[in-house]
Write a protein that binds this ligand. Structure first.
Ligand SMILES: Cc1cc2nc3c(=O)[nH]c(=O)nc-3n(C[C@H](O)[C@H](O)[C@H](O)COP(=O)(O)OP(=O)(O)OC[C@H]3O[C@@H](n4cnc5c(N)ncnc54)[C@H](O)[C@@H]3O)c2cc1C
Ligand SMILES: *[C@@H]1O[C@H](CO)[C@@H](O)[C@H](O)[C@H]1NC(C)=O
Ligand SMILES: *[C@@H]1O[C@H](CO)[C@@H](O)[C@H](O)[C@H]1NC(C)=O
Ligand SMILES: *[C@@H]1O[C@H](CO)[C@@H](O)[C@H](O)[C@H]1NC(C)=O
Ligand SMILES: *[C@@H]1O[C@H](CO)[C@@H](O)[C@H](O)[C@H]1NC(C)=O
Length: 602
């Protein structure tokens, strides 16, 4: 990726505290072939589940994770916030997936990063902490027929997860967030930007001079995200806070938890049946394509937290999916559940850049080894400075199309309600793109524009019957006329943003790639050429009401027509949230842990 592809990797070791002894690297080290719960995937949701279930010392939990430890060799890029651009794609922390050719992207296949490491994607993501709107959760409650998922009922779980901390530079944050909507005693560390940039004041001034279109929002995490506000990130004490650091490290300190890493679950195994429903409490795993297969049994249940790609992949490998598709791969069908792997949604985004009249954007830091080394030294000594900050901006904004928008008239409103955005802007103090190369010299301002209420749906399908082959990933980016037109409206809005008076002496001209993005057609061409995923896939194990024949899991997240198996991860969301989804994943995981505890209470 063009932004922050830092060649000079650091060799800082002070962050890399070794995790305690129950972190196993070989199946031979397992103390038992039976546990109460087996959690598949030590990702964002999986680490929450492992932590909460093991609070009861009587309960034995095994977590199986395909990826590596989040500490050790090269882990600086996932621990030091500023280096996040080097965490993916195609690193030892990533699955290295690529999409199938995308029709909406002029036939391009694009990189599709997913964390393959303790903490999962929370260990490699851009750390944006955005909860979504109250509408997102209320719609989840409506779709599932379970009021327990409503914003009102979920907010206590969100607050339970969070521990909001002061920013790295210790500045006074009055007026930058609303403490009343935050948690201060939870596990996951969050904070406001801890390093100022030249564009901060210009962004805030734009919210004053163009306040109808770009109003200031004191706290986008209140349930009503619309407007421009200060970004909150999953960073604390100058380091990334992931599900591994926040939840798994603590669980690993308990004698009733085993975590087996570098080991891939290959399928689930039937251990019995109740009536016609198979019980799927056996878990098969292996460390390589041709290596030996091992098996453990969960006496209470198996929790699939392998994420929006891994979870449907494992379900299908276990014979749960569309019978026709499974037959084509000679996988015996255990349960015909055609929605497995279908319905995928994701956020397409495109980066707009302008040449900036500035000499100290983040570009300068990348171009000047002396400045880079100085920043590194400061971080090393005190955990402060720009390295402690999220490099992906200090402000973001969420917007709706106007109520009388022809697009909404023609296609209807895909959001959950009036508090939910159609598109997002991220304001960047430098050249930012996942698909363009940063020029070696110059200073830039970028706005990343995302369509956060898309209508397109894609899929994950098995390519072969081996767990060690990548599945076919089709997020169907910009796959509908609505999504393409929505992104056009969003780009035009970003152009109005930089045309505002606070940018008059700052923006010199558009960067060469976007000079033709002045008409709807020009913008569509630009997007087809440069848009990609912002890495937010969901809905591949979609939730539905208990009585619905369609869907993959019911309101309690139990897989339909099966016993002993639950899915807890981003894949259950019935539509993509109008937000960067990690907070929404933590939220469902916290409630799911309570549902699991209640289901097995003696
Ligand atoms: C590069 C990137 C940037 C992002 N930026 C942001 C952001 O700034 N803010 C935000 O809110 N969201 C962001 N996201 C999205 C967010 O991180 C994810 O939506 C969220 O973390 C998903 O959580 P999950 O529990 O569903 O899956 P994951 O956290 O991905 O966990 C799944 C885990 O299961 C493991 N696994 C999969 N298959 C198997 C198997 N067969 N056997 C064993 N283990 C397996 C994986 O290795 C992984 O550890 C980003 C994502 C990426 C990849
Ligand atoms: C992804 O690519 C990196 C760099 O080539 C490599 O080190 C890593 O092992 C790959 N990951 C997987 C799961 O193959
Ligand atoms: C922070 O700023 C606010 C408003 O300017 C002020 O009321 C408050 O006392 C300040 N807090 C500290 C700790 O200085
Ligand atoms: C930016 O320009 C100013 C004024 O010319 C100069 O003092 C400063 O050193 C420059 N900064 C960098 C990082 O080049
Ligand atoms: C802009 O469009 C014109 C006319 O189609 C074309 O000749 C030119 O190469 C385009 N410029 C860029 C930078 O794409």
């Amino acid at each position: 990726m063009a932004f922050m592809k830092l060649s000079k990797l650091l060799a800082l070791s002070f962050l890399s505290k070794e995790i305690s002894a129950s972190l196993l690297t070989s199946p031979a080290q397992l103390k038992s072939a039976e546990y109460d719960f087996v959690v598949v995937g030590a990702g964002t949701a999986g680490c929450v589940i492992a932590n909460r279930l093991s609070e009861d010392p009587q309960v034995r939990v095994l977590v199986i994770e395909a990826g590596r430890s989040n500490t050790g060799d090269g882990a600086d890029v996932i621990q030091i916030p500023f280096l996040v651009g080097d965490a993916t794609p195609s690193t030892s922390f990533d699955w290295n997936y690529t999409t199938v050719p995308q029709q909406g992207l002029a036939g391009r296949s694009v990189a599709f990063p997913r964390g393959r490491v303790l903490g999962g994607s929370s260990s490699v993501n851009f750390m944006y902490y955005t909860r979504g709107s109250s509408d997102d959760f209320d719609r989840l409650a409506r779709v599932s027929g379970d009021d327990g998922w409503s914003w009102k009922k979920i907010l206590p779980y969100i607050l339970k997860t969070e521990k909001h901390l002061p920013p790295a530079d210790g500045h006074n944050t009055t007026g930058q967030f609303n403490p009343a909507v935050h948690g201060f005693n939870g596990h996951l560390l969050t904070t406001l930007p801890g390093f100022p940039s030249d564009i901060d004041d210009r962004v805030t001034k734009t919210t004053e001079v163009l306040k109808d279109e770009f109003p200031f929002n004191l706290d986008m995490n209140s349930g009503t995200p619309l407007g421009v506000g200060w970004l909150q990130s999953t960073i604390g004490n100058g380091a990334r806070s992931s599900s591994a650091t926040a939840f798994l490290t603590e669980a690993l300190g308990r004698p009733n938890v085993d975590v087996l890493i570098e080991t891939q679950v290959t399928r689930l195994i039937q251990t019995g049946h109740t009536g016609s429903a198979p019980i799927l409490q056996g878990v098969e795993f292996a460390q390589s394509r041709s290596g030996p297969r091992f098996k453990v049994t969960a006496q209470k249940e198996v929790i699939l937290s392998a994420g929006s790609i891994g979870t449907p992949q494992i379900l299908m490998l276990s014979g749960i999916g569309d019978q026709k598709e499974l037959e084509a791969l000679k996988i015996p069908t255990s349960v015909h559940l055609p929605d497995v792997g279908k319905n995928m949604q994701d956020h397409p985004f495109v980066a707009m850049q302008w040449i900036a009249n500035d000499n100290q954007t983040q570009d300068t830091l990348n171009q000047r080894p002396d400045l880079f080394a100085a920043a590194q030294k400061e971080y090393d000594a005190t955990h402060t400075g720009i390295f402690a900050n999220n490099p992906a901006g200090n402000h973001i904004g969420w917007f709706r199309l106007p109520d009388d928008s022809p697009l909404l008239k023609q296609f209807g409103d895909p959001t959950g309600g009036p508090h939910s955005p159609h598109f997002e802007m991220m304001y960047e103090n430098g050249f930012f793109s996942f698909t363009q190369t940063a020029p070696p010299t110059g200073n830039f301002f970028s706005i990343l524009v995302a369509a956060v209420a898309p209508t397109a749906r894609g899929s994950v399908k098995l390519a072969t019957s081996s767990a060690f082959d990548h599945p076919l990933i089709d997020p169907n980016l910009l796959g509908t006329e609505f999504d393409q037109s929505l992104l056009v409206e969003a780009v035009k809005s970003s152009q109005r943003f930089v045309a505002a008076s606070p940018w008059k002496d700052y923006i010199i001209k558009p960067f060469v790639d976007s000079v033709n993005a002045t008409t709807d057609e020009g913008i569509k061409e630009y997007a087809a050429k440069f848009a990609t995923t912002i890495r937010h896939p969901v809905s591949t194990s979609i939730i539905s009401k208990e009585s619905d024949k369609t869907g993959v899991v019911g309101p309690q997240l139990l897989v339909k027509n099966v016993k002993g198996l639950r899915v807890v991860d981003a894949s259950i969301w019935p539509f993509v949230v109008g937000a960067h989804p990690q907070a929404a994943v933590y939220a469902i995981a916290e409630r799911a842990a309570d549902l699991i505890k209640a289901a097995h209470k003696k």
